[in-house]
Design a binder for this molecule. Structure first.
Ligand SMILES: O=C(O)CCC(=O)C(=O)O
Ligand SMILES: [Fe+2]
Length: 362
């Protein structure tokens, strides 16, 4: 596939709301996924209403401003659901002095509008809205995965355009809606602007991630795949490139575009045709004590947990061969996710009785 590289870091903005033939949209999406591993989805409220997104950000703000003791009632467990406080997660253990300067709330599946995990009062009040938003995100994920299946020209006899989405429906999965809050830093903290980071360098684990951001709250950076020197050099000298919240051409849209990125699992599944691009969240360079607060919302899409990660039946994927053998093929989606979570929550997944204290101390 001939790929024309736009200027570095210029991730394309694609409209998937159905204004053009699916095949065209699908090809553009696959090209962006194979070049950058990131793509902006134009957001004029046609796929997810703008008010629905705004309301969830309000719910998120209310939740994070509730008392710590209240949030601690639903602290994160090995199921990867619940609240994690400042410094609980260390996304880049090799390069970080302390854990990420963020707090997060992971919401797993909802059944009949009900969360399958403990919630705080402020979240219980909006349980229906959260369930609704989870569903909007899941539907948008399925739409993108259908377009990917078209763009990859998956063999018709294997299932064609429904091959990838079919593996993301009809069973429990690691799909997670994650509310994120990156606070500004109190004046008395030992925060060291030259080394500390809001979210350490990492790639995502699953199929695709949808990321919702707010205007005026930047911080996301990527290492464009073509500039990556050695496989795991994510340090400060890597070619970190800012990803704007509102890229050129979207400034007047009613809501910033939704940023979609490819996770490790889909990259493996496509023999690395689609790139799982390393990213991080930094403090703004200007502004005291880490600038203003940043709120973002991520939806991590995963296949149904029991899905065996056999290669995707597409000539484009087969052409890239599997001779190296990553070992992933033999795994299920759940096994793949667990192996990645163990590496980022230092201590939580250890098999000893102190693990609860470790999480509580965060
Ligand atoms: O908040 C962000 O912009 C990114 C969050 C992220 O990359 C993650 O949680 O995996
Ligand atoms: Fe991420």
């Amino acid at each position: 596939m001939a790929i024309q590289n736009p200027p570095q870091g210029q991730i394309p903005v694609i409209d998937i709301s159905g204004t053009r033939p699916d095949v065209e949209t699908a090809e553009e999406l696959v090209k962006a996924a194979s070049t950058y591993g990131f793509v902006y989805i134009k957001n004029e409220g046609k796929d997810i209403p703008v008010k629905v997104i705004d309301d969830i950000f309000d719910v998120s703000k209310k939740f994070f401003s509730s008392p710590t003791e209240e949030k601690a009632q639903c602290k994160i467990t090995e199921s990867n659901r619940g609240w994690s406080g400042m410094h609980t997660e260390t996304l880049d253990a090799k390069n970080q002095r302390v854990g990420d300067f963020k707090e997060a709330m992971n919401l797993g599946e909802f059944i009949d509008g009900k969360a399958q995990q403990p919630l705080t009062p402020s979240l219980i009040e909006h349980e229906k809205d959260l369930a609704n938003f989870h569903k909007y995100c899941h539907d948008m994920m399925l739409k993108i995965l259908t377009l990917f299946s078209i763009g990859l020209k998956i063999d018709e006899e294997a299932g064609g355009s429904s091959w990838i989405p079919a593996r993301h429906q009809g069973g429990s999965s690691g799909c997670t809606l994650r509310l994120l809050h990156y606070p500004s830093i109190p004046a008395d903290s030992d925060y060291q602007p030259s080394v500390d980071i809001r979210a350490g360098a990492h790639s995502d684990y699953g199929s695709i991630t949808l990321l919702f951001q707010r205007p005026g709250q930047p911080g996301l950076e990527i290492i464009p795949p073509e500039t990556r020197t050695s496989e795991r050099d994510f340090g400060p000298t890597a070619a970190w490139t800012p990803v704007p919240v509102c890229p050129p051409g979207t400034e007047n849209d009613p809501s910033p575009p939704i940023l979609v990125n490819i996770g490790d699992l889909l990259s493996h599944w496509t023999n690395n045709l689609m790139k799982s691009t390393v990213h991080r969240v930094v403090f703004p360079k200007e502004g005291k004590h880490g600038g203003e607060d940043r709120y973002s919302i991520a939806y991590f899409g995963h296949p149904v947990g029991s899905t065996v990660l056999e290669p995707i039946p597409s000539e484009m994927v087969r052409a890239l061969g599997t001779s190296k053998g990553t070992g992933v093929e033999a795994m299920t989606a759940d096994e793949h996710l667990m192996s990645r979570l163990k590496a980022t929550y230092l201590g939580m997944y250890r098999d000893d009785e102190q693990k609860d204290e470790k999480v509580a101390a965060a």
